[in-house]
Each structure stands twice: as structure tokens, then as C-alpha cells.
Design a protein around this ligand. Structure first.
Ligand SMILES: Nc1nc2c(ncn2[C@@H]2O[C@H](COP(=O)(O)OP(=O)(O)O)[C@@H](O)[C@H]2O)c(=O)[nH]1
Ligand SMILES: [Mg+2]
Length: 348
């Protein structure tokens, strides 16, 4: 992996403008291609390099696709540059924690199969993640060779009128042509979607590599086997692709803006409600209820919006609240342990 210019790697004015005069003289910009526990593999015009994190940064703060500045003389990151886009989800588990998926991604490829796997609400959820990230979504409907894609395309149009959709047989060399408009020099495409939909197959088609496809169980969240670790890989025709391990759970956190964008129709209607804090559950003068009445709003869509808003509110509760809850839980645990000790006697 050599012979990439900074522009090939995706460097742009967004990052250049973050450098001060001293940086321009000494700093070495590098793009994060993979992250290990305490190290990252970065790509530079000079080639790949394994680097360490400075004290103020840990592996969890850095995402594949990030731009960093390296210290002038050591293989250590000096600074993380602000991201152009940031794909994140709620980390698995109860705490309100964001987990970074990838950074500086131009297109979020939402991969779904023309099969029973297809789920409009799940795609809506990924659209919210894309809107929140700042990147452009692209729905990639795989296994279009196994079924008539038209009912799936109809369902996709109901979810979003403006999101582009391509249909592919991910195993075919033609697949690269279908996504060509979203790839090319310096551009980054990240793939998300359930296990088994063809993300790795498509990645292999685009990169000419042969990563293991999913007969192996993928479950990145619980640290079980993963076929591939998340990595930035070069596309044969230019640009970069990030394949992500299948995600069972795509939780939202701090996704209010993204929800607002994906459900702009509902949020616009809500502006017309008589009460500013209308909950659209039967208040007088509710514009949302009126739209359902006249058939301009699908009640199922309102229901899905409601669920996402509630989930996001729950997940985005402040870290302080989560900590308070943990504290209460700690008290309960200590009480149970103390009671057990009393019951069972010392020495256990
Ligand atoms: N017929 C057909 N099979 C596909 C297609 N895409 C993927 N597959 C198969 O589906 C299985 C899972 O693919 P994989 O790329 O590992 O899915 P991932 O979990 O999303 O990475 C593999 O056996 C692939 O050969 C497609 O477009 N058409
Ligand atoms: Mg895979």
C-alpha cells in the first residue's frame, strides 16, 4: 500500500485548514486505516506505519478513517483532527455511550438483501445514523439476482424519496460499476448492515481481495469471532472502503438531528400544532393527528418516529444520570451481599 498522495487518501481543505503554521512545517498527516488495542495502523504518502496513541487519546477516541497528525520524529499520534463526518451508534449495553464506527466517510452504504432480511424500519434507523453522521446515504440492495427487486424498491421509496438505491449481485464484477458514482479518488464508502447481506462480498469485489465471507459467525459487539476487523481498504478504481462486522443492534444515541432530517415531514407538521409541546396523542389542534385523519401521513410512520424519538431520549440521558443509576444499583448489590453474608456467616 504505497504511492498514495494525501489527496488519494482523502485529504481535503477541511483538514488542511486545521493546521497552523508550525504544523505545516513539522506535522505529518496520516489517515487511520485500522485500530488495535493500543496501536493504530495509519496510511501516509510514505506508506503504512504502526503508531501509538498519546496520553490524552485512547483507542476508543479514534475511528477508522480519522485524520491524525504524527509527531515529527516518533511513531506517535500528536493530534486528532476534527472530523468531516462521524458515524456512531449507541454502544451495546445500558450506559449512554457512543461507539464510533468510522470517520470522514463520504457515503454510508446501507447494505440490505432482497430477502427476508429486508426491514424498512432498520433502514430508516441507518438513514438516521447517516443523517447524524453528515455523510450521504446510499442503499445497496444485494442478492438482486435471487429475487425480483421491485417490491423492495417500492418499500424503499416509502421510507425515503430521495435516498439513492442501487441493486447488485455483490459476487459479480459488475457490482463495482453500480457503486462507481460513489467511489473514486479520495472518496470513502463505509458499509453497514446485518450479517450475511453481502458487505464483505461487495468489499472483496471492490478491492480485489479475498476476506472470508460470513459462514463464520460475526458479532463484533460481544467480542466474538469477527471475519474481518474494521479497516480502511483501497478500492481498485480509487477511493476507500470500510467493511464493518455485522451489527445485531443499531442503537441510536444523541440522534435527534438525524431523526429530524429523516422524519422532516412529521417535524414540519408538528410546527402546525396548537401547542408547542404537543405529544400528538389527542391534544386539540394537533396537526399530526389531522394529517393522519386526511391520509397524508401513514400512522405506521408516525409510530416508527415515536419509537426512535423515545429510544434516542433514553439512550441520550446524560452520563450523569447513567452514573446516578449505576450508584443506586451499586447500593442494591452491596445490600444483597451484606444480607447474604449475614445469612451464610463469615468466611464465604
Ligand atoms: N446470490 C447472491 N449471494 C450473495 C450476494 N451477496 C452476498 N452473497 C452471499 O451471501 C453470503 C454472505 O455474504 P457476506 O459478504 O459474508 O455478508 P456480510 O456478513 O454482510 O459480510 C455469502 O455466502 C455470499 O456469497 C448477492 O448479491 N447474491
Ligand atoms: Mg462480513
Amino acid at each position: 500500500m504505497t504511492d498514495f498522495t494525501l489527496a488519494d487518501l482523502g485529504w481535503s481543505a477541511v483538514f488542511q485548514s486545521q493546521l497552523d503554521l508550525e504544523d505545516i512545517e513539522t506535522a505529518r498527516p496520516a489517515r487511520v486505516a485500522a485500530i488495535q488495542r493500543d496501536r493504530a495502523v495509519v496510511l501516509m504518502p510514505e506508506g503504512p506505519e504502526t503508531v501509538t496513541f498519546p496520553g490524552h487519546l485512547s483507542a476508543g477516541d479514534v475511528a477508522v478513517g480519522d485524520w491524525v497528525l504524527l509527531e515529527p520524529d516518533t511513531a506517535r499520534i500528536a493530534r486528532l483532527l476534527d472530523r468531516a463526518t462521524e458515524i456512531a451508534r449507541k454502544a451495546a449495553g445500558e450506559a449512554a455511550r457512543r461507539q464510533l464506527i468510522a470517520a470522514n466517510v463520504d457515503t454510508l452504504g446501507i447494505v440490505t438483501a432482497a430477502s427476508a432480511e429486508f426491514s424498512a424500519p432498520r433502514i430508516e434507523r441507518y438513514l438516521v445514523i447517516a443523517a447524524n453522521a453528515g455523510g450521504q446515504p446510499l442503499v445497496i440492495l444485494t442478492k438482486a439476482d435471487l429475487a425480483d427487486p421491485s417490491p423492495y424498491l417500492d418499500a424503499l421509496r416509502d421510507v425515503s424519496r430521495d435516498c439513492p438505491v442501487v441493486t447488485v449481485d455483490a459476487r459479480s464484477p459488475e457490482a463495482a460499476k453500480e457503486v462507481a458514482a460513489w467511489t473514486g479518488r479520495g472518496r470513502t464508502l463505509a458499509l453497514v448492515g446485518s450479517s450475511g447481506v453481502g458487505k464483505t462480498t461487495l468489499t472483496n469485489a471492490l478491492t480485489g481481495r479475498a476476506e472470508a465471507t460470513a459462514s463464520v459467525r460475526e458479532d463484533d459487539q460481544r467480542g466474538r469471532h469477527t471475519t474481518t476487523f474494521r479497516a480502511l481498504r483501497p478500492i481498485l478504481g480509487g477511493g476507500w472502503i470500510v467493511d464493518t462486522p455485522g451489527m445485531r443492534e443499531v442503537g441510536l444515541v444523541e440522534a435527534g438531528d438525524g431523526i429530524g432530517e429523516v422524519f422532516a415531514d412529521i417535524e414540519a407538521l408538528a410546527e402546525g400544532c396548537r401547542f408547542r409541546d404537543c405529544s400528538h396523542t389527542g391534544e386539540p389542534g394537533c396537526a399530526v393527528a389531522a394529517a393522519i385523519e386526511t391520509g397524508t401521513l401513514d400512522p405506521a410512520r408516525l409510530d416508527r418516529w415515536r419509537r426512535l424519538v423515545a429510544e434516542d431520549a433514553r439512550a441520550s440521558e446524560t452520563v450523569a444520570e447513567a452514573r446516578a443509576r449505576d450508584k443506586r444499583f451499586g447500593k442494591v448489590v452491596r445490600r444483597i451481599v451484606a444480607e447474604r453474608k449475614r445469612r451464610d456467616g463469615p468466611g464465604r
